[in-house]
Design a protein around this ligand. Structure first.
Ligand code: GDP
Length: 364
């Protein structure tokens, strides 16, 4: 499964959030949150379409899709120079697909702030700087490696050097790599050095109870600040999330949420945002045995999508039958969809769409 790493300064609410995730009573009983390692948790991606399909198909079981969250605690000033367990944490970040950066936007005199007072931009900058310094190190290493080749007149190396220098300059100016303006194809020059600050990021503004709906000045500062980055900001209150996670009864949970004027839990918002951040979409398989959600990247063609189920499906791919969920809802059964010409036969060039109900035909 794809992984989102949760980072942030100490005392911003990371563990509270991670624990809420691990206590959340999963909506589908087949996939309770499970902790693989103390700091890694698997969580189901909430998707109301599964409920719709379940009611229509009445399968023996329903399997939602999942993503993983990793609690990467302990990132402090000096990490890039190897202070504390700095290098270990940075190595953890290198392994994740996306970053969830938790930022303290709540005031509470009982919770010590590492820098003395609540200041989201300062907090963000401390973390960003450590990651940028590490990236700068990677970029400089590669520059040294290819400088000679470029000098010997190698055109490709020259071009790469130019791009690397753009990143060097940007990082030195305190920009995250994702905010540096380069062409899509120029990214090839830095792909092999796996920069940390180029990973997609979701900022989670952890606010106090009274600000979950209205937001507050800290959240505004943060939103303004990340405008130039390709990033999203969501607001939640970790303290409330840990309470919400306790409810097993969906109705009680909904009542609790509505008391705060919330439509869904912040965790759900965060999980869905993480999914989008990773550019993921879902297709379904549906039969009397099971209804199941499968995760693919946006833009994948049918054979690659089939490969998520089994590599044989991809290798021996012949064709796929595709039903749109809206048709399934309208005609209620697969055979009725067939009678009404609502099953499309698609070949290997079909780009799977979010919500497609797929049935693959393959050779073994
Ligand atoms: P971490 O170091 O980032 O993992 O932070 P923790 O999750 O351990 O939280 C640090 C302290 O802040 C704990 O005492 C939490 O109870 C408190 N805390 C976390 N989230 C909130 C919140 O939303 N509101 C308030 N008032 N306190 C919170």
């Amino acid at each position: 499964a794809l992984q989102c790493g949760i980072v942030g300064l100490p005392n911003v609410g990371k563990s509270t959030l991670f624990n809420a995730l691990s206590n959340a009573k999963a909506e589908a009983a087949n996939f309770p949150f499970c902790t693989i390692e103390p700091n890694v948790g698997v969580v189901t991606v909430p998707d109301h379409r599964l409920k719709t399909l379940e009611e229509l198909v009445k399968p023996q079981k329903v399997l939602p899709t999942v993503i993983e969250f990793v609690d990467i605690a302990g990132l402090v000033k000096g990490a890039s120079k190897g202070e504390g367990l700095g290098n270990k944490f940075l190595a953890n970040i290198r392994e994740v697909d996306a970053i969830v950066h938790v930022i303290r936007c709540f005031e509470d005199d009982n919770v010590v702030h590492v820098a003395g007072n609540v200041d989201p931009l300062f907090d963000k900058e401390v973390i960003d700087t450590e990651l940028q310094l590490k990236d700068l190190e990677s970029v400089n290493k590669k520059i040294i490696r290819i400088e000679k080749i470029a000098k010997s007149g190698d055109g490709k190396a020259k071009k790469e050097l130019e791009i690397l220098n753009k990143f060097k300059t940007g990082l030195e100016e305190g920009k995250n790599a994702r905010a540096i303006d380069v062409e899509e194809e120029e990214l090839e020059a830095i792909r092999d050095i796996h920069l940390l600050t180029i990973k997609p990021v979701l900022y989670v503004a952890n606010v106090d109870e009274s600000s979950i709906i209205s937001g507050n000045e800290y959240v505004e500062q943060l939103r303004e600040n990340v405008k130039s980055e390709n990033a999203e900001v969501i607001t939640l209150c970790a303290a409330i999330e840990s309470q919400i996670a306790e409810f097993e009864d969906p109705e009680e949970k909904e009542m609790f949420l509505s008391e705060y004027g919330l439509e869904e839990s912040g965790l759900n918002k965060m999980i869905r945002a993480g999914y989008e951040l990773l550019n993921l979409i879902t297709y379904f398989t549906a039969g009397p045995q099971e209804v199941r959600a499968w995760t693919i990247k946006k833009g994948w063609k049918a054979p690659a999508a089939a490969g998520v189920i089994h590599t044989d499906f991809e290798r021996g791919f012949i064709k796929s039958e595709v039903i749109k969920l809206s048709d399934y809802e309208k005609f209620k059964t697969e055979s009725a969809c067939r009678e009404n010409g609502k099953i499309a036969i698609e070949g290997k060039d079909y780009v799977v769409e979010d919500g497609d109900i797929m049935h693959f035909r393959f050779n073994v």
